[in-house]
Design a protein. Structure first.
Length: 338
């Protein structure tokens, strides 16, 4: 029998060690964010892939608490921005001010905004105007901002975890499609079950609450992101990702069945998101490589915010979740996770 290459053995060792460390991180997070294992898994997956996550749900479901806990557990320098209708781009990015020195000379000095951090909580992001929302576009994609013609690098790593209220609520603005596409995953945060809500009541209304402990530091998270990108992905999984994403585009031959249901479908970023997140999910489940089950489980989270129903489909009462589930079943032979 031929021995495995030394590089493969080393990668397996790294993956196994990282999996054990991620188990510690999940346990620490779930002590403060109770009963939402899927939500924790998706947000952790986004961070392991170096991406951003959009948490959608009603107020009071613990979205802000989750992000605060993640900052502690992952050892990241975190800032928070509360988005409001009167928030301006300079309130996020920073601005230059003219200062007068003791000798009477004047010079501009740049005051950094809260975006200069490693983990940014954009709380209720859709309560600000589209102009202010778009201030994050360059930061989320290039990990830098341009102010007064000068490029300024952000923290490394840099993650945006944004919370969004349902657009049916008063005082909300829909996020621009270009910004939605920059979120690796959309995480729907639903009401807890009765048993979980009882556990939350007992855990959060006593004299003391459980504390999260730091498990990662910055260098370890960057190393984990490198391991994720080196994890092997089988050809069958790669082809299935391509088949699924292309089948959700009404303009492609593979998506002809959805021509009457979709106004537009996901772009290449959706395939990239699936390619990365399936690896992270496999790792979180203690496996060395992703499978088709991972693709099906992540279809909703990676595709929903990158698609739009046609007017006719909305009139018929169709939902994106149903369209994605139907397409996933047709392409993979598996049902997409709700």
């Amino acid at each position: 029998m031929t021995a495995a290459p030394a590089g493969d053995v080393a990668l397996v060792t790294e993956i196994e060690a990282l999996g054990a460390k991620l188990g510690e991180a999940r346990a620490s997070i779930e002590r403060r964010f109770i009963g939402q294992e899927k939500v924790v898994e998706l947000v952790l997956s986004a961070m392991l892939c170096g991406g951003h996550a959009l948490l959608v749900g009603l107020p009071g479901l613990g979205k802000t608490r989750l992000v605060d806990t993640l900052g502690t557990v992952m050892g990241l320098n975190a800032n928070r921005i509360q988005f409001t209708p009167d928030l301006m781009p300079a309130d996020i990015l920073g601005s230059e001010v003219l200062e007068t020195a003791t000798d009477g000379s004047r010079a501009f000095r740049f005051l950094e905004g809260p975006v200069f951090c490693q983990l940014l909580l954009a709380d209720e992001i859709n309560r600000a105007s589209p102009r202010t929302q778009s201030a994050l576009l360059q930061a989320m994609q290039e990990k830098e901002v341009t102010i007064a013609g000068q490029h300024r690098a952000l923290g490394r790593p840099f993650h945006v975890l944004a919370t969004q209220n349902p657009i049916e609520q008063e005082g909300t603005y829909p996020l621009p499609e270009a910004q939605l596409d920059r979120f690796l995953v959309q995480v729907d945060v639903d009401y807890p079950t009765r048993a979980v809500e009882r556990e939350i009541l007992l855990a959060t209304t006593g004299a003391a609450e459980a504390d999260a402990i730091q498990v990662f530091d910055t260098d370890q998270l960057i190393q984990a992101q490198s391991v994720i990108r080196r994890m092997p992905v089988g050809d069958k999984v790669v082809e299935s990702i391509l088949d699924l994403v292309r089948a959700c585009r009404p303009g492609e031959p593979e998506g002809r069945d959805l021509k009457d249901s979709l106004a537009w479908g996901p772009g290449p970023r959706a395939a990239q998101a699936l390619m990365l997140t399936v690896r992270a999910r496999a790792l979180l489940h203690g496996r060395l490589a992703p499978s088709l089950d991972d693709v099906a489980a992540l279809a909703q989270a990676t595709l929903t915010h990158r698609m739009a129903l046609s007017f006719a489909a909305r009139a018929r009462g169709e939902t994106l979740a149903a369209v994605i589930s139907r397409t996933t079943t047709r392409i993979l032979g598996l049902e997409a996770a709700a």
